[in-house]
Structures are given as C-alpha cells and as structure tokens.
Design a protein around this ligand. Structure first.
Ligand SMILES: NC(=O)c1ccc[n+]([C@@H]2O[C@H](COP(=O)([O-])OP(=O)(O)OC[C@H]3O[C@@H](n4cnc5c(N)ncnc54)[C@H](OP(=O)(O)O)[C@@H]3O)[C@@H](O)[C@H]2O)c1
Length: 250
C-alpha cells in the first residue's frame, strides 16, 4: 500500500514509518522539511497522488491555547480536503484519551481535530492514546515551582512511544473503524507517584507533591480524567522497562 505519514519526522512518526516499511509498504514521511505543509497547503496535493492511507501524526509547534487550536483546525481542514479530492481510503489520526471529558486548551484543539475528521466523509480511525512516557519530563517541568512538582493525585496510565507507533501502524493496516480505538500503558497508578518514580530513576532531585488543587495544563481533573473508561488496548512496556530501554538507547 502507499501510505503517507504526516509528521513522519516527529516522535511517533519516526517510529511508525520504519514499522510500515518493514511490513513492505511504500511509505512517505511527510513534514514541512520534506516540502509537505498542512498549514500552508504546500505539497499536499502532490503528496496524496495514489495514496491509500494517510496517518496524521503532526503536532503544533506552539501549545498556547489559541495557536494550538488554529494549528489543528487549519491542518485538519487542509489535509482532509486534499484527501477527499484524491480519494484517499483511510485517514488515521492520533488523538488523546479523555479529551472530551477533561478541559484544557490543548485538549479542546484535539476535540476540534476529531470533529473535522468525523465530518469529512473520509473513512477514518482515531487512535486515542494516554500520555507518552517520553512526555513525563515535560509534564514535571510544566508543574514545577522551585524544587517542587505539584500534580493532582488522579489515575494515570502512560504508554511508551514505541507501543503507540505499533498500535497506530496496526490501525493503518486494518479497515477503517469510522470510530475511536483507545490505547494505554500496562500500569495504572497515581499521577504524582508515577512522575516521582520517573524523577527518582533519572536522578532528578525534585520533590513531587500530590495536590488535589493542581490541574493538568491549566484544567481541572478528577480521579479518572486521564485514563480510559471503557475497553482499551494495553501496551506491555511499564515504566521500569521503559526506563531500562531508555538507558540502553543512550
Ligand atoms: N504527548 C502526548 O502525551 C500525546 C498523547 C497522545 C497523543 N498525542 C498526539 O500525538 C501526535 C504526535 O505527537 P508527537 O509528540 O509525535 O509530535 P512531535 O514529535 O512534536 O512531531 C510533530 C511532527 O509534526 C510535523 N509538523 C509540524 N508542523 C507541520 C505542518 N505544518 N505540516 C506538516 N507537518 C508538520 C513536524 O515536522 P518537522 O519535523 O518538520 O517540524 C513533526 O514531524 C500529536 O497529534 C499529539 O497531539 C500526544
């Protein structure tokens, strides 16, 4: 099959492209650097020629509320219009678990992206993942004041980027669901406890405090705001195994 991966150079994109190539598919890793830009429209029409599946793994360069909403709306509109015009048979997008029951600017932008997909008429599969383990440091940094990291004591179930790429590849090779598939890591524990374990393991001396008033990217969260509620496909790489693999990769 001919498959285009939009954001093919990013964290998940660069892990997804080789999986699909190894399975024998003709895969284009598309990004602004390779002349495909979903915001300006540059290179989009040419990139869609003869393509059966498009996987959207692009991310906004800015996480500021207005900028991120504009990114996912403009990118989604341009990309889906190009796919519809070219007769692409399957649009796969990576979204986030619980975006429609947890309120913050980034999640609102992902809800807007999903809405465009559902209304586009292009057959689709939305893969909703929990937070990536690779994102744990960024989460800690964004919740730090002085030497203290404040996080809400709510359930958390991060997933390794390698496993996200595997699940996304599987979705791309299967028939369109015209629906959502949820994926998560194998371990569910309190947000503050997982981040504390991560920081300790990487030798970071910051103290993590479970604070019920602390939000997530500025939004309020309750016990199950960040984890799948229904059926989800689970990865096998827990935090300790991911840390072991990360150390080996250095
Ligand atoms: N972080 C999490 O915990 C989490 C959880 C669930 C889902 N997600 C979702 O996963 C997706 C992938 O995230 P990621 O961390 O792999 O992203 P990333 O590493 O930031 O990579 C972003 C990719 O998007 C490309 N890109 C940026 N602007 C573009 C444009 N105008 N046109 C085309 N491509 C563009 C970048 O290309 P260049 O390399 O050329 O800049 C890069 O390849 C995102 O949609 C995110 O919302 C994230």
């Amino acid at each position: 099959m001919k498959i285009v991966v939009i954001g093919g150079t990013g964290l998940i994109g660069s892990k997804t492209v080789p999986i699909l190539r190894q399975a024998g598919h003709d895969v284009v890793a598309a990004s602004p650097k390779s002349g495909v830009n979903t915001i300006t429209g540059e290179g989009l029409q040419q990139a869609m020629a003869g393509v059966q599946v498009v996987i959207d793994l692009a991310n906004s360069p800015s996480f500021e509320d207005k900028a991120v909403l504009e990114f996912f709306e403009t990118s989604g509109r341009n990309l889906l219009a190009a796919e519809a015009a070219a007769g692409v048979g399957h649009h796969v997008a990576l979204s986030i678990v619980a975006i429609d029951r947890t309120d913050n600017g980034y999640f609102r932008a992902k809800v807007a992206q999903e809405r465009l997909i559902k209304a586009s008429g292009v057959p689709y599969t939305i893969v909703r993942a929990t937070q990536f383990m690779e994102f744990l440091r960024g989460i800690a940094d964004s919740s730090t004041a002085g030497n203290t990291v404040r996080l809400p004591p709510v359930l958390f179930q991060p997933i390794a980027a390698d496993e996200v790429a595997t699940f996304v590849s599987e979705a791309a090779l299967a028939a369109p669901r015209n629906g959502v598939v949820e994926i998560a890591g194998p371990e569910r524990a309190l947000f503050n406890e997982i981040v504390a374990r991560y920081l300790k393991a990487v030798g970071d001396a910051r103290q993590v405090v479970g604070d019920p008033e602390a939000g997530y990217w500025g939004g309020r969260v309750d016990e199950s705001s960040l984890v799948p509620l229904g059926e989800a496909r689970l990865g096998r790489i827990g935090l300790d195994e991911w840390l072991r693999r990360s150390r080996q990769a250095v």
